[in-house]
Ligand binder design. Structure first.
Ligand SMILES: Nc1nc2c(ncn2[C@@H]2O[C@H](COP(=O)(O)OP(=O)(O)OP(=O)(O)O)[C@@H](O)[C@H]2O)c(=O)[nH]1
Ligand SMILES: [Mg+2]
Length: 447
């Protein structure tokens, strides 16, 4: 970690400004070695000229953050110059010639973590923040970064550690048969812990969906108006619409931003019991596959052909049972009705072709996501955290079982240790090096 690293911290395209960042002991010396201007004061931007040999390269600002008050906890220098790919590349090359080394992806954040400027989940939150495309993903990343997540996890772990300490102490006095850790209190703690961990685990699917885009499948019989609905939601003629049943043969996915969420809207082939040919059968198979992955199902039916009750009765036959998503019932083509039909609870009436009822539908989609917990600030959204919590849950359940069966303290202590280790992995209190390398390698260079 002793060496000084350098990387371009901004996007690699012509832009008004671009930033090159240096971190490490030699950061300031390297920057000043091709700088013509005043020596920068800590944390104050200083104007000067960057030199390429004897020739001016660019007018720039240098900001110097002496250790430990910097992002990485080391001496950091940020050079803001004009965002020309050539200038930025030259600045990096000159830094390399003067002894810096090119940073690996995520290496600035890795250093920040190693210098305890960030916990591991906070470092991951920064990577998420950079990637966030929707308000909801941004909110999740920010709350994780601000430590909401960390507090919750840490509180759980601290309680565990208290009990562990007491039980370990007990084992030292084993001949005297003292019971320092109340078994009934431990049982209560473990049950509470099990409840919290289970709730966090349950929120994983929605958390991941919020971060990566919530899959929403549009399904229903052929000709119900699914593709018309997709187009109406996107406000774009994206999918082919025709009055021939079976027009959509493959699935089609588009991103839509709605109510602060990023949705992955998936149009599918119409579902029916007896497909006409092998292609349609394959389309239906794919539709069912998307159904299984979806978070929300928009079930579209032609209300001029079946009543809401009939549609709801038939739907299970078409949908099968291989899905967990909640369903929004959408009665389409209300413009074709000569007499309006009475409103039915939980059914949204629209005309996708004419754009009627779209506001209510959009509102219902957003509400449904919120109801499923998508608006929560603390959601598990990383596979790595999920795995650690699964390990913790297994250990907590193991300890609970032992406790209920009057199992020996040694075995219970083993399980408690495993649980606290698993939770410690999330914030990075206990994390093997190879896992660290893997986590940070997924960051972008310069971060
Ligand atoms: N009157 C009326 N017609 C509609 C409405 N929505 C769709 N249609 C018509 O219904 C027919 C089928 O529409 P699509 O959007 O292609 O239906 P689909 O569900 O995607 O059909 P498949 O892809 O074949 O499964 C087309 O002729 C549309 O113009 C609506 O709200 N009102
Ligand atoms: Mg279609």
């Amino acid at each position: 970690m002793g060496d000084t690293i350098v990387a371009i911290a901004t996007a690699q395209a012509p832009a008004a400004i671009g930033v090159v960042r240096l971190s490490g002991k030699e950061a300031l010396a390297i920057a000043l070695s091709f700088w013509q201007g005043a020596k920068p004061h800590p944390r104050t931007a200083t104007l000067g000229m960057l030199l390429d040999g004897q020739t001016p390269l660019d007018q720039a600002l240098i900001t110097y953050f002496p250790a430990p008050h910097s992002y990485t906890g080391e001496d950091v220098v940020e050079i803001s110059c004009h965002g020309s790919p050539y200038i930025l590349r030259r600045v990096v090359e000159i830094c390399l010639e003067r002894g810096a080394r090119l940073a690996r992806p995520g290496e600035f954040s890795l250093r920040a973590y190693l210098h305890r400027k960030l916990s591991l989940d906070q470092a991951e939150a920064i990577a998420d923040l950079i990637q966030a495309r929707s308000a909801a993903a941004h909110r999740l990343a920010l709350s994780q970064f601000r430590g909401a997540y960390y507090q919750k996890v840490r509180a759980l772990r601290e309680k565990l550690i208290e009990f562990l300490a007491l039980m370990e102490l007990e084992m030292d006095f084993s001949e005297e048969d003292v019971e320092l850790a109340s078994r009934s209190q431990l049982l209560l703690l473990l049950e509470a812990l099990d409840g919290e961990v289970t709730a966090l685990l349950k929120a994983y699917r929605i958390g991941q969906a919020v971060r990566e885009g919530v899959p929403v499948a549009i399904v229903g019989r052929p000709n119900a108006g699914k593709s018309t609905l997709l187009n109406a939601l996107l406000a774009e003629e994206r999918a082919i619409v025709s009055d021939t049943p079976g027009t959509t043969r493959d699935t089609l996915e588009e991103r839509l931003y709605l109510g602060g969420y990023e949705l992955r809207l998936i149009d599918t082939a119409g579902l029916r019991e007896n497909p006409a040919d092998a292609i349609e059968a394959e389309g239906i198979r794919r539709a069912r596959q998307k159904l299984a992955q979806a978070f929300l199902i928009l079930y579209v039916f032609d209300v001029s052909e079946e009543t809401p009750t009939q549609a709801q009765q038939h739907a299970p036959l078409l949908l099968g049972t291989d899905f967990t998503a909640s369903i929004l019932w959408i009665a389409n083509k209300i413009d074709k009705l000569s007499t309006p039909i009475p409103s039915t609870d939980g059914v949204i009436f629209i005309s996708a072709a004419q754009g009627t009822g779209m506001d209510a539908l959009e509102k219902a989609i957003v509400e449904s996501l919120a109801q499923q917990g998508a608006s929560s600030d603390i959601l598990l959204s990383h596979a790595r955290h999920y795995e650690s919590f699964i390990k913790a849950q297994t250990a907590v359940k193991g300890a609970l079982q032992l406790l209920r069966e009057g199992g020996g303290s040694e075995l219970i202590v083993e399980e408690l240790r495993a649980a606290q280790r698993a939770i410690g992995e999330i914030t990075g209190e206990i994390t093997p090096d190879e896992i660290l390398g893997h986590i940070f390698s997924k960051f972008c260079i310069g971060k």
